[in-house]
Design a protein around this ligand. Structure first.
Ligand SMILES: *Cc1c(COP(=O)(O)O)cnc(C)c1O
Length: 440
């Protein structure tokens, strides 16, 4: 993938002390960004040790101001706000185009914010899943997020295929948690002629594994298979280069790493080479219609060239306002700097987890920083749901996913090295407790 220096050579030698963690925070050029977020409080009134930014990112302080501006413009201007608002509503989504394109490594005409994630996934499947009698299968990663599984299954059914036959799940080898790139490539090589589409969670929600997208896309395109990505766990977490990777489409939500709030408006990428293809079927709505003639209210749909042509409805302005506040923070910090810190922060968490006594923790996320984002997924040598409750009482939030996996995601915008250290201390206390020592 990218030509990052070998992290082993660039990582500082970590130390398992609070003073080390605090020194790392002092040296962190992004440390002040934490102040741009509301930190939830623990029962004792301190900042929570918040490691669920992979589920719901924290609220940027400025969100309130951005939304208040739209409320005020609506109150004073009514319908005139479409053109007269300080940030006019008619083209509001366009004010997010540049920062969104930067975020995912796309050209501006390749991205649009609209709808929610699973809705966008269905819209993309309408356009890019074109099954035929001989070629109707969809390849997805094993342990894909349930919504993705339901989406591809229902699309196969919609086209008249038995979804048990239509979906190929690429699972890890027995006893392993991580997919090997060579296994994915082999499936493409041996079964490519049956496969109509590949859909991958670019960074898997459960294992935290980030796939080698350029290699997979290259192999898929050799077999004429389009590749779509779900970036729910990639956007705002990993460095993305969708255009150059030649990905066909991608969709993502904005409430996880992108901090745009619960149910936030989502994003969509359509590679420029597909943006004007008349022969691609799509479900259309008036917001995707040529902006010059949209209000002539004519009966014939004429798509805006590029990703915007897939829009259906006029978008929720308060949602766009929240996303704008959040994207402004990303623009200030910059993804390359965030990613650099993220590798250190997650590397530090990994180092501390591996130091825990009594084999308390087994990390399943790849060791290679290139093959993961900020999340570490791990198993613990005790009853995980009970432990999570105890952690919560002590002010630390991470989460549990069936069957037995804990996920902790230090987010470089607002988590500190001291957060990570204190979290590991809580786990250490647990690892040393009697019920753990007696297990095995
Ligand atoms: C979070 C997540 C979703 C959620 O879908 P919504 O439509 O936003 O509710 C879907 N897929 C993946 C991979 C996710 O991580």
């Amino acid at each position: 993938m990218s030509k990052m220096p070998n992290l082993k050579e660039t990582l500082p030698r970590f130390e398992n002390t609070l003073s080390f963690a605090e020194q790392m925070d002092k040296d962190d050029p992004l440390a002040q960004f934490r102040e741009q977020f509301h930190m939830p409080k623990s029962l004792t009134g301190e900042d929570q040790l918040y490691f669920t930014g992979n589920s719901l990112g924290l609220q940027p302080i400025k969100v309130k101001e951005y939304i208040a501006e739209e409320l005020a413009d609506w109150a004073f201007l009514g319908v005139e706000g479409h053109l007269q608002a300080k940030t006019p509503w008619l083209p509001y989504h366009e004010f997010l185009t540049e920062s969104t394109a930067r975020l995912v490594g796309a050209k501006p005409n390749e991205v649009v914010v609209m709808n929610t994630l699973t809705v966008n996934l269905h819209l993309m499947l309408v356009s890019f899943y074109r099954p035929t009698k001989d070629r109707f299968k969809i390849l997805i990663e094993g342990n894909a997020f349930p919504s993705d599984q339901y989406a591809v299954q229902s699309q196969a059914t919609f086209h008249g295929y038995n979804h048990h036959k239509a979906i190929i799940e690429q699972c890890p080898k027995a006893g392993e948690y991580i997919l090997r790139t060579e296994d994915i490539l082999e499936t493409i090589e041996t079964r490519g002629s049956e496969i109509a589409l590949i859909l991958l969670g670019q960074c898997n929600y459960l294992s935290g594994q980030a796939f080698d997208i350029p290699a997979i896309v290259k192999a898929a395109h050799k077999k004429d298979i389009p590749v779509g990505l779900n970036l729910a766990h990639g956007a705002g977490n990993l460095l993305l280069n969708l255009h150059d990777w030649d990905v066909d489409f991608a969709v993502w939500c904005s409430y996880k790493y992108l901090n745009a709030g619960p149910g936030a408006i989502a994003g969509c990428f359509i590679h420029e080479k597909h943006g004007n293809k008349k022969q691609l079927p799509r479900f259309a709505g008036w917001w995707g219609h040529n902006k010059q003639t949209r209000f002539e209210m004519g009966p014939e749909f004429e798509a805006i060239p590029g990703a915007e042509g897939w829009q259906l409805s006029n978008p929720p302005i308060f949602q766009l306002a929240a996303l704008r506040a959040s994207m402004d923070v990303f623009d200030q910090a910059g993804m390359p700097a965030l990613r650099k810190k993220s590798e250190l922060l997650t590397g530090y968490l990994e180092y501390l987890l591996n130091q825990l006594p009594n084999d308390f923790v087994t990390i399943i996320t790849p060791k290679d920083p290139q093959a993961r984002g900020c999340q570490l997924s791990f198993k613990v040598n005790t009853d995980a749901p009970t432990m999570l409750e105890e952690l919560k009482l002590s002010g630390a939030i991470c989460d549990f996913r069936q069957p037995d996996i804990l996920r902790a995601a230090p987010a470089p915008l607002y988590n500190s090295f001291a957060d990570v250290y204190k979290f590991a201390q809580l786990l250490e206390r647990k690892a040393n407790s009697p019920e753990v020592k007696t297990q095995k």
